[in-house]
Ligand binder design. Sequence first.
Ligand SMILES: [Zn+2]
Length: 321
Amino acid sequence: MATVGWLADVLRAAGVQVVEEGDWRNRMRPGDFDPIGVLWHHTASTSSATNPHPALGICINGRSDLPGPLCQALVDYHGVFHLISAGRANHAGTSGGSGPIPAGDGNTLMIGWEIDYNGVSQEMTPAQYEASLRATAAVLTRLGRDASYARGHRETSTTGKIDPSFIDLDVMRADVAARMSGGTAWSTIVDNATSGRFTASANWRVSTYSGQRYGADYRYADPVASSDVAWYRVNVPATGTYRVDAWWPANAGYNNATPYLVATTTGNKTVYADQRATGGQWRALGTFTLPAGDANRVGVSRWTTGTGLVIADAIRLTRVS
Ligand SMILES: [Zn+2]
């Protein structure tokens, strides 16, 4: 049976903090282990700065209904990787097939990260996300696979798993791909508070209401059938293809069809986002051909047939090609 005892060295070389938990190299389930991909999970435990890895013991020892180990590594609140198993672990169950990962035995096919956050009222910390990206990129490079071999449990599960929550897995794969290409892809974030790069009329008021906001605050306005766009100005380095992501805090009182405008080489394109869901994370609006130069590139319009407050928080551009 194959093992991945190289995990400690590969992760450290990628700049990931590693803790080797006991005899992790020899802690495993019986059966085949021949991984081709990496699977992301959340533990459903609430972690914090003072209790950074509440699920560590369960992941090592298992539960009454499922013997441990339950993953190859647990990612704690601070983004530290705790190595638990170098062999087969009970994390994935049956794979229904997702992307290049075939249907079959998920525990044979994939290396699993249990990222320690509760996934309902708590999202992944930035440190957990960054460390998980680095680790996934390093492991897939070692396995000779591309970023499409990074999956989330909710994509491969045949039993309705929802983890990992609060993550757009297409954005995750794009971020892994960027790390694998040397992390050199040009990317920039503009927040509503970014000096000189955000303009909106006084009708767009300031709020700190939602904890899912990006940065200190965000702007909100009532829908209206006229042009009153909040604009994000970006200095695009070269004409090319860019992925545009948006971040908003979600709330039942926010708009279910917020128009995002993207100023492309062939005019403004409009993408609608449901700001009642999937808040507090980057969500891909699409890829667009943008012209070089410093100008208003992405906007949020109040002109919508949806209902609820329209929100302007942060946007991100990443060069794709
Ligand atoms: Zn899971």
